[in-house]
Structures are given as C-alpha cells and as structure tokens.
Design a protein around this ligand. Structure first.
Ligand code: 3H9
Length: 719
C-alpha cells in the first residue's frame, strides 16, 4: 500500500499504492508510517521523496472509511511527524493532490508538481474541512485570502496556479519524481525549520476580520444552509489569529462537529451516487460492464433552438465534429450566429483555439448521411418529431443511432416510425444544455444495450452526469417535477403566496424556489403542453375554469396567468413582477396577491395558514413518494439514480443528498405517516397516496437506502 524503495543516491522513495486514486486508506497510512521509520533509521538516507503509483499522487483520505470505525495511524499525526522529521521530505506531485493528499504534501518540506497536476482541498464538497492540518498550513503558505477561497469552494487549481500561490516550489514538464530528487539533492543539508509550515507564526494582518466577514457573507449566500463552508472560514480565521497548536485544536473541534453531521453523510452519499450513476443496468440484465459502446466521431444535431444550440456547443467543445441542421435559412443563420458566438466566447475564456472548424451548418437532411449519431432537438411536438425521424431514415447509414432530446414524449412511439427501433434512445438534456450537467439517457422497450452504451459514453465524453432511465411520461425528472409543481400550486390555492412557498424552498436549500424557476423557464411552455395534451380545450370556461380535470383535482392558476400574458421573466410579469421584460430580479406583485384572493373567493376556498414545514413536507415528500413509484415501475435502477437526477437537473440542495436520501434521513415511517395525513386531508389528490414500495419498506423495518435495491428486486420478482 506504500512501497519503500532505496535509491542509489541518498534518497528513499515512498510510493503510495492504492489504485485508482491512491486514497490514504488505513493500510496506506500504515505503509507510510512504516516506510518513513525505515528511512529515518537508515543513516545513508538523507532525503525522502513521496509519490503515487501510476503517476497519481493522491485523491486524499479514503472516503469509504468514513462510514465505518476508523482504524490505523491518524492522518494528522502522520503528517505532523513527516513535517517534524530531521530528514528532508519532498512531495513529487503528478495527477492529483487533493484533500489529505495535498495535506500530506503540505507536511513535506518541498513540493514539486508536474505541469498537468491538479491540486485542491475539496473536503467542503464532502461536508467537512481539510482536517489534517490543511486549514492551518495552507494560509501560512498562501495568505488568508487565497486560502479562504480555495478551502471554502474546494476549487482545484493547476500546477501553474499553485506555483504562483506558493503552494508548490517548482513545476516541471517532465517526471515530477526525477525533478523532486534533483531538488532534494540540491537542498540536502539546508535548515528545515523555515520549511516547516507549522512553525510559521499566524498569518495575522490588520484586515483579517474584514476579510473573514466578507468570506462568511459570501459562503452564507452561496452555501444555502450548508454548514461546512462556514466552518471552513472559522478554521482559516483561527490560522490567522492563533498559534499553530491552538489553530489545530479549533480545526479538530470543527471537524468533529461536521464529521458527525447529516450534511456530511448526505454529501458523501452524493459523491458515490454520482459515480455509480455511470454504472447503468437495464431490466434485461445488460450492464455498463458487459456492453461495448462503439465510437462516435460525427454527430448531427437537428434544430438550432435553445436546446439544439447548447447541445451543439457541448459536442464541439468535446472535440466532436457536428453537422447542425435547421429547416429554413433564416433560423439557420440565427442559430449559426448564436452557436459561433458561444463557442468563441468559451474559447477566449479558456484561452484555447477556436473549435469552429468542427462545425458544419446545413439545411438538407442529405448532409447528415455520414454521421454516426443524430440528436433531434426540434420543437416538443410528437407529429413533428415523427416526421423528422422518418425523414432521417431515408438518408442515414444503417447503423446510425437516432436520439431524441424530448423532455417526456414516448420514445417507443417515436422509434416505431423508424427502420431501426433498436437504435433509438432518448437523450434528455437540460437547459441551457451547454451548462447543465445532467443527461437522462432514456431506453425504450426496443432500444438495444449497445445503443444505450453509445449514448451513455457520448454523454460522459461531453462531461455530462448521465443516468439511464426507462420510458414513461416525463421519464424520471419531469415525472416527479409534475407532482412537486402540483403541490406548490395547491398550496397557493389553499392560502400560500408564491414568495412564501419559494422562501421555504430556498431556506431548505434550493437555489431558487419553484415559482421563480417557472418564471425563468417561461409559463407558456407548460401551457402549450397542457393544451396539446387536452387538459385545456374549447370546453373549458376561461373565466371560471374547472378545478377538476381527467378525474382529479386540477389547478388552473398557471393557465389563468398565461391568459393575461404573464409568461414570466420574458414578459416582465409572471408569478412575480420584473422591472422590464427579460430582467431577472423577482419582486412580489400585489396584483398576484389580489388575484389569488379573488380566485379563492370565487371558488369558495377558505385560506389556511401554510407553514414552511408543510411546504417542505408536501413538496419534498411528494417527490420522494413518486420516486418510490418510479422504482416500483423499474424506470430507475436505484434511489441513487433518482437523487443524482435531482441534484444535477433540478437544483436539489446537495447537502440534503437528494429526495430519496432525504426521505431515508427523515425516516421512512415519518414520510409514510405524513403522506397518509395529507392524503386524508386531500383525497382528491391521488398522488398523495403513499406508494406501495414506501409502505413495504416501512413494513420491513425501514432498511438503509443502500439496501433498497434488494428490496425492489424482491418486489419485482414477486410481481
Ligand atoms: C480528505 O482527504 C479528508 C482529510 O482532509 C482529513 C481527514 C482527517 N476515497 O471520480 P472517479 C474512487 S477527504 C475513496 O470516477 P476521476 C471513486 O469512488 C477526501 N475512493 O475518477 C471511484 O470508484 P469506482 C478529499 C475514492 O478520474 C474511483 O475512485 N478528496 C476517492 O474522474 C475513480 O474516481 C476528494 O474529495 C477517495 N478520496 O477523478 C477527492 N476518490 O471506480 C475525491 C475517488 O469504484 N475524488 N475515489 O466508482 C475526486 O475528486 C476524483 O475521484 C478524482 C479522480 C479527481 C480523484
């Protein structure tokens, strides 16, 4: 786990060996401690170089160990004795030095990094702080401002930036171990005390308080209730004000609190859930590791509206060649201008060459004849999409995949009009597609495992977090969103205001409340879908619309807003008021309050006082309840996939893990009891009825979320 090599020079090499990221597991720490003591005992050895196997220094402490009881030498003590050692210690950083990995390097007396290395202290993203001295040593090296920024955001930096900040002493284009050995040979014998960061005085300066206040205000604004960024500021402040030993004590106290917190558990769950989402499986047994994805080089994108533009940009940025198609010259021209500008801006920002040579604009389907895969991103209309799909079959090569960016239409129905049902899958991007990380890859009943593998691999290549999901209206994300939106609307009918609902959701941790999101997306989008699906028809009285449609409760409030031309931000009025069309600052609108009051009066609804707790319970538990139904139906393979979708596509606060994780943390029996309670009060809302799987899990003693997949398997095998 840590290999000791005695080199010919007076140098010993300690290689961390725990693939794939050389995490500092208990065995690795023991190996390091043993190796260091071997080096110290050998009189011939004057210096030690630390490196990682496979040119990867270390991804930090082993996160898997955090859920069990910790054993082995503590990281803090190990790093302290490396720093205190009378022999020269040098870190040779290649690949990554993250978290405890960087803390180990900071304990060394010198650090050398390869130009391609990335360094950082990402502990805050896991719900705690760099608890092996990182909060005390880094500020003593970089000063407090840079340390605050790095530690509170977890941002990874390049070797070059690390050099500028003073985190590494040397950057090399060649082999970092070789460079570290050369550096060691050149400084052996020089005094080590000035290189021991713990011996440096606190980094106090006159403006420490104001710098920390600004940092605190920034993290409070961005962290939406997350505890770790606040604790990070407190720990760095201690480095500025206190001697090292006292600062370390503060770091330990803060770490202890965070380590035991439900937020840290949620964030660590999210870390693994994100990585597991790529390990897809289909109900027929096909899996990520038994299905080969063939290579895709050339992709067609049909439709250069908002979605098509973002998709084209994502593909080109990843080095894929793209043929972008529009139906008429004017739309093509405006799409071309937008895509070109987006790509140029991005290239400028990243300081890389323009990738425009990878892009071809076309008006004829014939220009798609050589592509390996097509992503259709035309208007959300089944007949239009069907026409596009059958036209495509006339020009595409036999093996070309056809993917649809529908956000909820039936993938099987679309596949039926093609000559290749097995090569049709959904690739549901989220707007703006070049920014949002989530991609739902939707398999239909005839989609082949290879087609799913290709879409998942393509998604990964363009740096999306991909989740494979089954085919049903709205798939996973939007199917759940509908119920979340319904609950929010019912709360308005019953007495809440849009800002009250949004405030409760934002305090819970959502980046934006649901009504602000609706204003941003445009209320007319859903209105059009509801018209197309027959929920709004000529038989509906526009002045006194019915609150009962297709056999269940229906809230006509969004339709009534659209009738008034209130489409959201784009018209300057929606659930909120904006200074002008397109402006982003949402202000409560007294007209909406009057409108809601009139509405309740008209329908004889006595307004209730709605508490924040009720808002959260009805919204979050409804999401989870539908998530259980999705698991029952086999549309998602496990609760982690649902949570990843909500984390990356719907702004669910990461420190709450996801709706399924949240339900497991609150307690399944509590969720069941609350759903029963709300269903009793609102029997006209069938979706509030607790799902079968929720009941079953509670009956089986509310197993931890990691075991739900087994229970679901049993449920399916009994059907
Ligand atoms: C810490 O250090 C605390 C200390 O301050 C104080 C303690 C007192 N542990 O992401 P990938 C696994 S906290 C265990 O797909 P990439 C990962 O699950 C730590 N496992 O690869 C996956 O497993 P599988 C602070 C880890 O190339 C596999 O490695 N460090 C760890 O895209 C490949 O991962 C961090 O927060 C770990 N530390 O990215 C860094 N890291 O194959 C977290 C990874 O079974 N890690 N695994 O699915 C990362 O950011 C990325 O994994 C990394 C590689 C950039 C390293």
């Amino acid at each position: 786990m840590a290999r000791y090599t005695r080199l010919t020079e007076p140098i010993a090499l300690i290689t961390l060996n725990n693939p794939p990221v050389n995490a500092l597991s208990s065995a690795v720490r023991s190996g390091i401690v043993d190796s260091v003591s071997q080096a110290l005992k050998d009189d011939q050895v004057k210096a030690v170089v630390f490196c990682g196997e496979n040119r990867m220094f270390s991804g930090g402490a082993d996160i898997k160990e955090f859920s069990g009881s910790m054993s082995g030498p503590p990281l803090v003590r190990m790093i302290h004795s490396i720093e205190a050692s009378e022999k020269l210690m040098v870190a040779a950083i290649e690949g990554v030095a993250l978290g405890g990995g960087l803390e180990l390097a900071l304990g060394c007396h010198y650090r050398v990094a390869n130009t391609k290395a990335r360094l950082g202290l990402p502990e805050v993203t896991l719900g705690f702080l760099p608890g092996a001295g990182g909060t005390q040593r880094l500020p003593r090296l970089t000063g407090i401002t840079a340390a605050l920024e790095l530690i509170t955001t977890g941002r990874q930096i390049s070797a070059q930036e690390a050099l500028q900040l003073g985190i590494v002493d040397q950057v090399t284009e060649g082999n970092a171990v070789q460079a570290a050995m050369e550096l060691a040979l050149s400084v052996i014998g020089q005094p080590l005390n000035p290189r021991r960061l713990s011996l440096r005085p606190p980094v106090w300066s006159a403006d420490v308080d104001s710098v920390c206040e600004v940092a605190l205000a920034r993290v409070k604004q961005h962290s939406r209730g997350a505890m770790a960024p606040v604790a990070c500021v407190q720990a760095v402040r201690a480095a500025a004000m206190l001697p090292y030993s006292k600062g370390m004590e503060k770091e330990r106290q803060l770490m202890d609190t965070l380590f035991r917190s439900s937020q840290a558990r949620a964030l660590q769950y999210a870390f693994f859930a994100q990585r597991n989402a790529g390990k897809w499986s289909l109900p027929n047994g096909a899996r990520w590791n038994n299905t080969k994805a063939r290579d895709v080089q050339r992709v067609g994108v049909i439709g250069l509206g908002t979605m098509g533009r973002g998709i084209a940009v994502s593909l080109v940025k990843a080095g894929l060649s793209v043929v972008a198609l529009e139906s008429d010259a004017k739309q093509l021209e405006s799409g071309k201008k937008a895509v070109t500008a987006m790509l140029q801006r991005d290239a400028q920002r990243r300081g890389v060459g323009s990738p425009l040579h990878l892009l071809t604009f076309a008006l004829s389907f014939h220009q798609l004849k050589d592509v390996d895969l097509v992503i259709e991103a035309v208007f959300e209309d089944m007949n239009l999409k069907k026409r596009v799909f059958s036209d495509l079959c006339k020009v595409l090569r036999a093996g070309t995949l056809i993917c649809t960016n529908t956000s909820g239409l039936n993938v099987d129905e679309l596949a039926k009009v093609t000559d290749r049902q097995h090569l049709v899958v959904g690739m549901h991007f989220f707007a703006p597609a070049h920014v949002m990380k989530l991609l739902e890859v939707v398999y239909g009943s005839r989609s082949s495992p290879e087609a799913v593998a290709v879409a998942m691999a393509l998604g990964k290549r363009i740096q999306k977090v991909c989740v494979a999901v089954g085919n049903c209206p709205g798939f996973v994300g939007n199917r759940m969103l509908k119920l979340y939106m319904d609950q929010s609307l019912y709360l308005l009918e019953e007495g809440a205001t849009p800002e009250q609902v949004d405030q409760a959701l934002e305090e819970f941790g959502f980046a934006m409340g649901i009504f602000k999101v609706a204003d941003l997306s445009g209320l007319d989008v859903g209105w059009r879908v509801r018209k197309a699906s027959g929920l709004i028809g000529p038989d509906i009285d526009p002045v006194n619309p019915s609150r009962w449609r297709l056999g269940q409760r229906y809230c006509p409030l969004p339709d009534m807003l659209c009738q008034q031309g209130r489409f959201g931000q784009k018209t300057g009025r929606g659930w909120y008021l904006y200074n002008s069309p397109g402006s982003k600052e949402a202000k409560p609108d007294p007209e909406i309050l009057n409108f809601l009051e009139d509405y309740r009066l008209k329908y004889g609804i006595t307004p209730q006082r709605i508490s924040s707790q009720e808002v959260i319970e009805r919204c979050a538990f409804s999401l989870a309840n539908e998530g259980f139904r999705i698991l029952e139906d086999g549309i998602a393979a496990g609760p982690e996939d649902i949570d990843v979708i909500y984390l990356f596509g719907y702004g669910w606060p990461r420190h709450r893990g996801g709706p399924m994780f949240y339900a497991s943390q609150v307690g399944l029996s509590v969720v069941l009891e609350k759903m029963e309670h709300y269903h009793r009060i609102h029997p006209d809302v069938p979706s509030l009825e607790p799902s079968r799987l929720l009941r079953r899990l509670v009956a089986e003693g509310s197993p931890p979320i990691q075991q739900w997949r087994n229970h679901i398997k049993n449920l399916h095998s009994q059907l």
